[in-house]
Design a protein around this ligand. Structure first.
Ligand SMILES: Cc1cc2nc3c(=O)[nH]c(=O)nc-3n(C[C@H](O)[C@H](O)[C@H](O)COP(=O)(O)OP(=O)(O)OC[C@H]3O[C@@H](n4cnc5c(N)ncnc54)[C@H](O)[C@@H]3O)c2cc1C
Length: 357
């Protein structure tokens, strides 16, 4: 079997971009994804246009039309605890409304075009790190043992790579429940972002996507209310404020985002995207940080090859700003009262647009 320079676990944005960057350095790269081609990732698929700009800068490609949903662009509209009358839309803040499954497929196809080998339907099982890195994966009932020079865990919020690397560290997650409703209501082309402590201490949202409304809520496990109850409170609030009338439920899914931890890697094993905890607890925004950390992983490997130093400390320096951002937004969320939420929305609506949330 070919010996790969780099093995990446996970075919989401973090994995695809890391793999692509490494292949562009002339390294042999294997990306392992346990899902089939076109696998579904529970996600709103809302992307700041700044993220599309980063992709363009890095890959020279625009996010293709084929990955877009209707409406293609959304504004951002804040609703504070006191309701719609004190909310409003953020000026000059534009979001892309993408289909996550085809977006991820597009990034993986670009990685393949750059020379990355992709194994779908293949599960990462175990890794051991001593003098060398040993990785065990299962594909078509066969176990493969491989020894890459660098190993990247891009295997999402419940990362097995992370759990094996940091067996003793806690990494809390925030459940997010998302429902897709055919519905009526007084909505425009906005991502409506709701803040009210009695509904959830984190965030709730509604926005249009391909003829349905995506209604979502993040709610910590230690809340007294189960998330299935919180979403009903949220829908009552939507009815009061926007005359929301749900008609048919098309899909319901629960997944999670990282909640207030960052773990970057050890020696020649690193973590990117959700696996590293790179997602904002305040808004659930993670795609951009997955992409930024994937780019940083490639840059760090380039530097490690030249210096012959361990990869993880170099990578940790590169993503230090992401870790800081994650902790800062998390501390902000856990300390919020409804008065703070009210103030936050007021100041957001008054400030010159600048993406900090
Ligand atoms: C309900 C919900 C809505 C969200 N909405 C938004 C949004 O609108 N905008 C936004 O920016 N962010 C959103 N997020 C966050 C965003 O989805 C994540 O931050 C992003 O997907 C992280 O990308 P990633 O590449 O790190 O991981 P993922 O996209 O999770 O990819 C990880 C991949 O690893 C694979 N994998 C896992 N374990 C193994 C294994 N053992 N072997 C092989 N493969 C494995 C998985 O199949 C998966 O394909 C949302 C999250 C949730 C839960």
């Amino acid at each position: 079997m070919t010996r790969f320079d780099v093995i990446v676990i996970g075919g989401g944005p973090a994995g695809a971009i890391s793999a692509l960057k490494c292949a562009k350095l002339g390294l042999s790269v294997l990306l392992i994804e346990r899902g089939a081609l076109g696998r579904h990732k529970p996600c709103g698929g809302v992307l700041p246009t700044a993220c599309a700009d980063i992709i363009f800068e890095e890959l020279g490609k625009n996010v293709p039309q084929s990955t877009m949903c209707s409406p293609e662009k959304l504004g951002l509209y804040y609703v504070p605890p006191s309701g719609r009358k004190n909310g409003g839309n953020m000026r000059s803040h534009e979001l892309l409304n993408i289909n996550r499954d085809s977006f991820d497929q597009w990034l993986c196809a670009l990685a393949e075009e750059s020379g990355v080998k992709i194994w779908h339907d293949t599960e990462f099982l175990e890794m051991h790190q001593s003098e060398t890195i040993q990785v065990l994966v299962k594909r078509k009932e066969k176990i493969f043992k491989m020894t890459p020079r660098y190993f990247i865990g891009a295997d999402g919020v419940y990362s097995r790579v992370r759990r094996q690397l940091y067996a003793k560290k806690r990494s809390e997650t925030l459940p997010v429940l998302q429902e897709y409703w055919r519905a009526e209501g007084d909505f425009e082309d906005y991502f409506y972002f709701f803040l009210r402590g009695s509904v959830t201490p984190t965030y709730a949202y509604i926005f249009p996507k391909d003829g349905v409304f995506v209604v979502g809520i993040g709610s910590p496990k230690r809340q007294s209310l189960p998330i299935s109850t919180s979403i009903n409170y949220f829908k009552d609030w939507l009815f009061e404020e926007f005359n929301f009338k749900p008609l048919t439920l098309e899909r319901r899914e629960t997944w999670a985002i990282p909640y207030g931890f960052t773990l970057e890697g050890i020696d020649n094993v690193i973590l990117v995207g959700d696996a590293a905890g790179f997602c904002k607890s305040f808004s659930g925004e993670g795609i951009r940080l997955a992409i930024e950390s994937g780019i940083a992983a490639g840059d760090a490997i380039q530097e490690a090859l030249v210096s012959d130093e361990f990869l993880a400390p170099i990578y940790k320096d590169q993503v230090e700003w992401i870790s800081r951002l994650v902790h800062m937004t998390h501390e902000f969320v856990v300390s919020l009262t409804d008065e703070d939420r009210e103030e936050f929305v007021k100041s957001e609506l008054n400030r010159i647009p600048f993406n900090i949330y």
